[in-house]
Design a protein around this ligand. Structure first.
Ligand code: GAR
Length: 181
């Protein structure tokens, strides 16, 4: 069995990426890709000695794919990567690109998912799924309810958000542990 070699894609804070890099376990992260030069997560990746790649405003997907191949990447995890991945890229990486999203998909895809679910008093949870060309859609790999709706009504948004983040890190780790080529 070949061990997975990961590229982690970020756009901002990169707390999911940091949680993965903080783990003292045998995880092969060969590259962190950011859609923005200002992403805070870039500094954290560099501190860990992980090579980084900042994408141009207009993403050259073919060039990116070639770079991933050069580095022998086998799996990609979108961790707060806020760009839509086009079919021409997905076709070369079928079944090995995952995304984490802070809602119980298909409910609340897109932006401000946690806020919207909280305001509606709906169940709040996390989904890890395979990526397709739609936003926050694709075959679900893992899904977990973190704050059931009866609890949502009793706690502050800040508390719910904290619970969600901690659970998100754990679910991402579970997905990574399960993904071996
Ligand atoms: C995470 O909560 C992740 O689930 C979400 O962005 C956040 C990134 O945080 N992703 C999406 O909303 C995808 N549609 P991070 O940069 O601190 O990991």
């Amino acid at each position: 069995m070949t061990k997975a070699r990961w590229a982690l894609f970020i756009s901002g804070q990169g707390s999911n990426m940091s949680a993965l890099l903080d783990q003292k376990w045998d995880l092969d992260v060969a590259l962190v890709v950011s859609s923005s030069p200002k992403a805070q997560g870039l500094k954290r990746a560099r501190r860990s000695g992980v090579p980084t790649l900042v994408l141009d405003a207009k993403i050259h997907w073919q060039k990116l794919g070639a770079e991933l191949e050069r580095l022998q990447i086998t799996h990609v995890f979108l961790l707060g990567f806020m760009k839509i991945v086009p079919p021409e890229f997905l076709n070369s990486w079928t079944g090995v690109i995952l995304n984490v999203h802070p809602s119980l998909l298909p409910h609340y895809p897109g932006l401000k998912s946690m806020e919207r679910a909280y305001q509606d008093g709906a169940d709040m949870g996390i989904t890890v799924h395979h990526v397709n060309e739609q936003v926050d859609a694709g075959h679900v790999v893992l899904q977990k309810t973190i704050v059931p709706k009866d609890v949502v009504k009793k706690i502050s948004f800040k508390s719910a958000e904290q619970m969600m983040h901690q659970a998100e890190y754990a679910l991402v780790r579970r997905a990574v542990e399960g993904a071996y080529a």
